[in-house]
Design a protein around this ligand. Structure first.
Ligand SMILES: *Cc1c(COP(=O)(O)O)cnc(C)c1O
Length: 373
């Protein structure tokens, strides 16, 4: 089975982890700090703080920004549930904004959703394709809202040569195994806001500051959301390769783009000329006539060895959200869910794997062309 995404671990990654396992410090040593410095260097941003997952990073962030009960947060439903879960757990209410046909939040629809209770806008660079950060930032500024980017898919993505992570006030990345590079589990918050980063540092580790000798003081509520030293060492080894990984995924995506150009049965996510995508996902969006056949197509693809997946069921369609916030229907998001299939695209694939995926995919769709069109 060729998975839709997977990690790529080489001998030097393994050696880096083993070295730390044999060292005196498994946690709270120099590797975490070094990884944070490397992230800052790569993204060209002032501060980075790593967490044991993007989910705990989001929880820490929403808390530290003061998002609370009855606040409204405008966000996209086409994302992993953690994006909204972590402010919903604080009592805030999700206000779903519809998407565009590339899977990204539709910036033109944001303004009409703003109320006196709106506190923040949370965007997600779907599959690695940058959202319209400059336009959304303008809206956030105009209404004095926080602008947060859940950039979990988009480490290494760019607009006009500027890295994602540097556009919103604060951005979050995930280092989960199948994300652009990995620490196994892990995440990160980046921002130019020093005060926020200090709060997050306390939040990450029990709210405690060291004074002198044995004395410390707990000055705010805190948790233990720390990344281990051996995970940080893996991250340090992996971040060196992230450009190679992104180039590889782009090579595969470009090959698919060529093979799939002008196909009547589906379209794919278009990356604009001034953008670079991490290509975390390669989404296929089937034509309306194939919606009913999607289950069948999906099952056939799996049977042929393609580890396809669907990204995502709109968050508001989950029973927890229906129970707590009622029913929601957003046209484009609903249609996107009916039509989307992510096909394999990752740094461990060869071009001949990509050819196999494209051939298989086109073959299976051809069968359906006869039946459905
Ligand atoms: C993966 C992901 C998360 C959660 O990341 P973890 O590191 O697994 O906690 C959050 N948001 C988005 C958009 C994701 O893709």
């Amino acid at each position: 089975m060729i998975p839709y995404s997977t990690q790529f671990i080489e001998q030097d990654d393994i050696d880096a982890v083993i070295k730390v396992l044999k060292s005196p410090y498994l946690t709270q040593g120099e590797n975490v700090k070094k990884l944070e410095e490397e992230i800052c260097r790569y993204l060209e941003i002032k501060n980075a703080i790593v967490f044991n997952s993007a989910t705990s990073a989001l929880f820490a962030l929403y808390n530290s920004l003061g998002i609370k009960k009855d606040d409204e947060v405008i966000t996209t439903p086409i994302t992993f549930a953690a994006t909204s879960n972590m402010f919903v757990t604080l009592g805030a209410k999700p206000v779903w904004c519809d998407i565009k046909n590339d899977g990204n939040i539709n910036e033109k629809l944001i303004e009409e959703l703003i109320t006196p209770k709106t506190k923040a806008i949370v965007a997600v660079d779907f599959g690695g394709k940058p959202v319209e950060h400059i336009k959304i930032k303008e809206i956030a500024r105009k209404y004095n809202l926080l602008y947060i980017d859940d950039a979990s898919h988009a480490f290494g993505s760019e607009i006009d040569g500027q890295k994602i992570g540097t556009f919103a006030e604060v951005s979050v990345f995930s280092f989960h195994a199948i994300k652009p590079f990995t620490t196994g589990e892990g995440g990160c918050i980046v921002s130019d806001n020093d005060e926020l980063i200090e709060k997050l540092r306390l939040f990450r580790s029990h709210g405690m500051v060291k004074e002198k000798l044995w004395s410390s003081d707990m000055i705010q509520m805190g948790y233990n959301f720390r990344l281990t030293e051996f995970q940080a060492a893996l991250g340090l080894s992996q971040i060196k390769k992230v450009d190679r990984f992104i180039n590889k995924r782009n090579e595969i995506a470009n090959y698919y783009d060529e093979r799939f150009e002008n196909n009547k049965l589906f379209y794919t996510q278009k990356i604009e000329k001034n953008q670079k995508s991490s290509r975390h996902l390669y989404p296929i969006i089937l034509t309306h006539a194939l919606y009913d056949a999607k289950e069948d197509i999906f099952a056939k693809l799996q049977k042929k060895g393609l580890g396809v997946q669907v990204h995502y069921k709109p968050i508001y369609q989950n029973s927890f959200y229906k129970k707590n916030f009622g029913r929601t229907n957003l046209n484009t998001a609903d249609e996107f869910y009916k039509s989307e299939i992510s096909i394999p695209c990752h740094q461990k694939m060869s071009l001949s794997d990509a050819k196999f995926v494209a051939d298989t995919f086109l073959d299976i769709l051809k069968e359906h062309e006869r039946h459905y069109l």
